[in-house]
Structures are given as C-alpha cells and as structure tokens.
Design a protein around this ligand. Structure first.
Ligand code: NAD
Length: 273
C-alpha cells in the first residue's frame, strides 16, 4: 500500500509560470488537489480569470498575479509579493513557453532561413530566461528555508528533433509549410541543462530540480498533424490535458525526495521509437 502522505503538498505554495494556459491550469489544479497552494503567474488577465474560476469551483485557495515573465522587474516584484503573503515558497514550475498551435499562417513558425532574430530573442527570453530569473528568485527562497522543488517543463523536442515533414502534410501546393521553430528546440534542450545545474547548485540543501518532459497534448492540432503525430507514438494517441498531473505532484512532493537532476519523460513512447 502506497503511503499517500508522500504526495501531500499541504501548506506548500507552488509558483506556476504561464499558469493560465492549457497545461498551466492543470498544474494548478494538481497542486490544489494535493493540498498545496498554487500561485499562478500569467500575462493574460483573461487566462488568469479562467484558471481562477476553475480553481474556485474546486475550492482550491490560490493566488493569481498578472506578470509579464519577460520582465525581470515584474518577476522580482511578484516574488516579493508572494514572499510577503506565504513566506518562502516550496515549489516552482517553470512552465511558460512560446508554443502557439501550428498552422500554415501561424506567426513565429518561419523557416530557419527567415527566422527573425526578434522572434528568437523573444522565445528564449520567455521560455529560458524566465526559468533562470524565477529559479534565481524562488530557488534562493527555497535554499534559505531549507528545501523545495523546481520543475522545468521541457518537451519531447528537448530529446529529439522535430520531424518537419509532419507539418507539411495537408498544406496546399504553393503555400509555404510551417516548421517547428528552431527556438523551441533550443529552449527545451537548454532547460535540461538548467535542470542539472540547479539540481547541484544548492547541494546539499535539498532544493531539488527535475525536468518534466511531456509529449504533445491532443485537441490543439488539425487532423493531418494529429494523424502524423499519432503514427510516431507507440501508445498511438496524443496526451490528455490532465495526464501530467500525477507526474507533476510526484516531482513536487516527497514521493520524489531522492530524485534530482533527472528528466521524467512522459511522451507515450515517442522518443523510444
Ligand atoms: N501543449 C502541448 O502539447 C505541450 C507538449 C509538450 C510540452 N509543452 C510545454 O508545456 C508548457 C505549457 O504549454 P501549453 O500548451 O499549456 O502553453 P499555452 O500556450 O497554452 O500557455 C502559455 C501561457 O503562457 C502565457 N504567457 C505567454 N506569454 C507570457 C508572458 N510574457 N508572461 C507571462 N505569461 C505569458 C499565456 O498567456 C498562456 O496562458 C510549455 O512549456 C510547452 O512548451 C506543451
């Protein structure tokens, strides 16, 4: 019989970046269901409202802050507000990234030869620099209070290269097919390096740091891309939005007390093929 208290997050505040998005909301619900207090950071007031309504419906107490995670000053201001309210936080989920759904006319999906430096700078700033800035703020709080857990949300594309042929399927002749941007692979791969760095930096204080490596969630792609992706996944389906909740709680809680510097790959087997 598993000791359920291993997964308990009672009295633990967990900061989640990009918490109003598809997976961010699920991370917040997971923290709340495990007894913890999610602290939601997002730039979009609408996204925060939708997330807080869901948390409210479940009776989860939480804090939601409108923060632009590309701004060092806004992250610092949020960190001091959070510290004032909760003391040192227990957890940090570096979840935010520039990852809009793929589409023929989608912005930011230019081919490498035309990929704008401004887009590169933005994507690295949002997906990678924000993780560093948040780790600096909240990791320091964890270290001075004796411990905590940081999760960097990577992607299967941290381990494999995007198969660009998938994105061309179904695109009409003459229309340039989108590619998964170079910045996405770079950000996600770099997060694995940041994970190992942070996991050892505060040693031996147990400020643990692990990467969650999810595969694609279904429902946001068109039928062609869904079929292409599915054919490359041994479990023959994309993930449900709530399927990373268990892994998230595991990595945040004492159930993973002896795990740090690791990558928890949950991709339906995509990277095994
Ligand atoms: N959805 C997937 O299929 C999938 C698969 C693998 C990995 N991931 C990773 O999981 C994480 C979450 O993905 P998602 O699909 O939920 O993303 P999403 O695009 O649904 O959500 C991103 C959130 O970030 C917020 N945001 C954007 N810019 C911001 C800024 N400057 N400051 C603060 N907040 C900002 C948005 O408002 C949005 O709420 C990402 O790191 C993504 O790479 C997602």
């Amino acid at each position: 019989m598993v000791n359920q208290s291993l997964f308990d997050l009672t009295d633990r505040a967990v900061v989640i970046t990009g918490a109003g998005g598809l997976l961010g909301k699920e991370h917040a619900i997971a923290v709340g269901r495990a007894g913890g207090t999610p602290v939601l950071l997002d730039v979009s007031p609408e996204a925060l409202t939708a997330a807080t309504q869901r948390l409210g419906a479940e009776g989860v107490s939480h804090l939601a802050l409108e923060v632009d995670l590309t701004s060092e000053a806004q992250i610092a201001a949020a960190a001091s507000k959070i510290k004032h309210q909760f003391g040192a936080v227990w957890g940090l989920v570096n979840n935010v990234a520039s990852n809009p759904p793929m589409g023929a006319a989608a912005k930011g999906f230019d081919r490498l030869e035309a990929f704008p430096l401004t887009q590169w700078d933005h994507d690295l700033r949002l997906g990678l620099t924000s993780a560093f800035l948040c780790a600096r703020q909240f990791g320091e709080q964890m270290a001075s209070s004796g411990g905590g857990s940081i999760i960097n949300v990577a992607s299967d594309l941290a381990l494999i290269s995007p198969d660009q042929r998938m994105y061309a399927v179904g695109i009409p002749e003459g229309v340039p097919s989108p590619v998964k941007p170079v910045s996405y692979s770079v950000v996600k791969s770099a997060l694995l390096g940041l994970t190992r760095y942070l996991a050892t930096y505060w040693s031996p204080i147990p400020v643990r740091c692990n990467a969650l490596v999810p595969g694609s969630v279904g429902g946001t792609q068109g039928p062609d891309l869904t079929r292409e992706l599915t054919s490359r996944i041994p479990l023959a389906r994309l993930a449900e939005t709530d399927e990373y909740q268990g892994a998230l709680v595991f990595l945040l809680s004492d159930a993973s007390a002896y795990m740090t510097g690791s990558n928890l790959v949950m991709d339906g087997g995509r990277t095994a093929w």
